[in-house]
Structures are given as C-alpha cells and as structure tokens.
Design a protein around this ligand. Structure first.
Ligand SMILES: NC(=O)c1ccc[n+]([C@@H]2O[C@H](COP(=O)([O-])OP(=O)(O)OC[C@H]3O[C@@H](n4cnc5c(N)ncnc54)[C@H](O)[C@@H]3O)[C@@H](O)[C@H]2O)c1
Length: 327
C-alpha cells in the first residue's frame, strides 16, 4: 500500500483548503470542521480575490446557471453557439452574508479566509468546488506548487491545454466521482479494449438548464413546455461550454472512457423532475455497462446534486488514510 504523496504521513493530519464555499463547499466546511473525515483538517477557505480584499475581481468566477422556475421548451434540439461563461458572478456571495468586496478574516465557524497563495502555502490538498472557469484558471497554480488538487469542476478538463496543465505535476490531480459512480468500471472497460456507443442521458429540472446564452424564445419555450425535451445533444466536449454547471458528469464519463469526444451527451429538461437522473451506457469486448444515478438537488443550489460534497469527503478520506477499502 502506498501513501498518496498528497500530504503528511504518519499521524500528521492532511491539511485541506477549500476553493469555493457554495453548495458543495459549505457542506465540506461544515463536515470537515465537525471532524467527519478522520485524518483531515480544514485549514482555510480560499476566497475570491474581490472577497479577500485584493480589490481585483476574480477572472475565474462565473455566472451560475439560472435557477428560474420553468419548464422545458418543445423542439429545442438545436443548441445555440458556444458561450463560455466567464462573466463575474453576481448572484452568489461567499461565507453566508459576507458582502462582496468586504475583507473577511474568518468564515462562519472561525475558519480562516485565505487568498490563493496563502491557501497553497498552508495546505496539502486544495479542494476546488468553485467553477469550471476557476478550475481552469487557478488549478494549474496549485499543481505547479506541488499540492494535490481535488477537483469538482471536472468539465475544466474538456479543454486540452487545461488538462495538460493540471496533469503536468509536480502536484497530483484527483477527480471526484461527483454526482455519479461507476467511473472505475468504465475505465476497466477502456482497458479491455475501449467502449463503444457511450451515451449519457442527464435529465434535470427544466429551470436548472436555463442558460444566459439562450434567447427569449428559447427561455420562454423552456419555461412553458409540459413534457420532457432534449435541450442538447452532442459530445461531452461540446456540452461543457453551454451547460458549465450541469455537464461535469459528462466530461467525467468521457475521461473515464478515455475520450470525451467519444461520448454522446443528451441533456433533457423535464418539468416533472424532482431528481437529477444520469443514465450511462456503453459496451466493450468485456461486456456492457449500464447505470443510473438519481440525485436529490442540493438544497442550496438546485443545479447541483446533494451527493457531490459527500463524494468529495470520501475522496479526502481516501487521501488522508489510504486503507485498501472504499472510503
Ligand atoms: N463533478 C460533479 O459531478 C459536479 C456536480 C455538481 C457540481 N459540480 C461543480 O462544482 C462546482 C461548484 O458547485 P456548487 O454547486 O458548489 O456551486 P455554487 O455556485 O453553489 O458555489 C460555488 C462557490 O465558489 C465561489 N467561487 C467562484 N469562483 C471562485 C474563485 N475564483 N475563487 C474562490 N471562490 C470562487 C463562488 O463564490 C461560490 O460561493 C461547479 O463548477 C459545479 O459545476 C460538479
């Protein structure tokens, strides 16, 4: 059994810094502060520069996917042009009621608020749970500093240059299983000669699939539709720019099978959906793969799944205490 190389060995706790304190990060902060992961300790939350007090708006921040109430649009099978969402995020502030631009020393629970350089210096593991843009723009700095980076925004790896930077070392990149499972079996099928006909169908509440790039007609149609509607069909690489908050799972499946371009993604808006459902299928010379995961929406962010922070805690547990068992 080897250690992770991510942090200290022996009795030293794994020092964890969070990059992102929203739906996922706030659960991670609460659970880590409560001692939920044996051998891991939360040492700080890395704030957006505008919150930490540098006065520089963070280039990695993104506007969240809309959460307006609504239903899907009929016949909406032609997506609009790619629209990478790199605008400042106006709706969400970190650390509860802390207003954007207010220097903050601690988050709720007394957790220190750090800037990126401080977080990298102090942590063994930086946990990204911010945005695809933040993972793309800030993740390489963590890796270059030799730290372990645990990533939620896996969609960032759909970009080849980002994937190269995040895997260049000396730090180690760890991907959460996030909102799905079975990625290990998909990777095994890949070893067995590669998967064919890989398809992921993600069905979500229509309201969580509204996008800033949609025009009024598309938005209205989506809001008024009464039956499930396919809003996107294409490769895992193509989907992430259009649905940056909803396609991390598709890119994760693409990475597991070895080629995000070989994965067909169908994004379905369902006005009756109470859960987010991901159905994944494919076949190889070793057999076939078929799985379905049903996730409750995060109570804090309905575009996010309630399961994800717990997947990340599981990954941290494995890093903190390599044990030869599922964490
Ligand atoms: N892998 C998966 O299966 C999976 C599932 C759900 C969500 N995600 C991804 O995880 C990420 C976080 O999701 P969430 O639901 O917690 O989002 P959220 O919007 O609730 O929270 C994100 C937080 O990160 C902060 N943030 C943004 N940019 C930052 C930066 N540059 N520096 C510091 N903080 C920054 C925001 O202010 C916000 O508080 C998203 O990219 C989402 O797409 C992945």
């Amino acid at each position: 059994m080897t250690t992770t190389g991510a942090g200290p060995t022996g009795q030293q706790p794994l020092k964890v810094a969070l990059l992102g304190h929203g739906a996922i990060g706030s659960v991670l902060a609460d659970r880590l502060t409560a001692g939920a992961v044996d051998g891991a300790r939360l040492i700080g939350i890395i704030a957006r520069p505008d919150v930490a007090g540098s006065g520089t708006p963070c280039p990695g921040s993104t506007r969240p996917e809309s959460t307006l109430p609504g239903t899907p649009r009929p016949g909406a099978t032609e997506p609009g042009p790619p629209h990478p969402d790199t605008s400042p995020e106006p709706e969400t502030t970190q650390f509860g009621e802390t207003p954007r631009g207010t220097p903050t020393a601690t988050a709720p629970g007394g957790v220190p608020v750090l800037d990126l350089a401080e977080g990298i210096a102090a942590a063994d593991v930086v946990v990204e749970c911010a945005s695809v843009a933040a993972a793309r723009e800030l993740g390489p700095e963590v890796i270059a500093a030799g730290r372990t980076l645990l990533v939620a925004s896996i969609g960032a790896l759909a970009d080849a240059a980002t994937a190269a930077a995040l895997t260049a070392g000396p730090g180690r990149l760890v991907l959460t299983t996030g909102a799905v499972g079975g990625l290990d079996a998909l990777a095994a099928h890949r070893q067995a000669g590669g998967l064919r006909d890989v398809l992921i169908i993600s069905t979500k509440r229509a309201s969580t699939l509204l996008q800033p790039w949609m025009d009024d007609a598309e938005r209205t149609a989506l809001e008024r539709a009464t039956t499930p509607v396919t809003v996107f069909e294409g490769t895992a690489v193509d989907v992430i720019d259009r649905f940056p908050r909803s396609a991390n799972v598709a890119v994760a499946v693409g990475l597991a099978v070895g080629d995000p371009r070989a994965v067909t993604v169908r994004m379905v808006a369902d006005p009756a959906a109470t859960r987010t459902v991901h159905r994944i299928s494919g076949a190889s010379d070793a057999g076939a793969f078929r799985a379905a995961v049903e996730n409750d929406p995060s109570p804090r962010n309905p575009a996010s799944s309630a399961l994800v922070p717990y997947a990340m805690l599981s990954a941290l547990a494995a890093l903190a205490r390599p044990s030869g068992r599922f964490a």
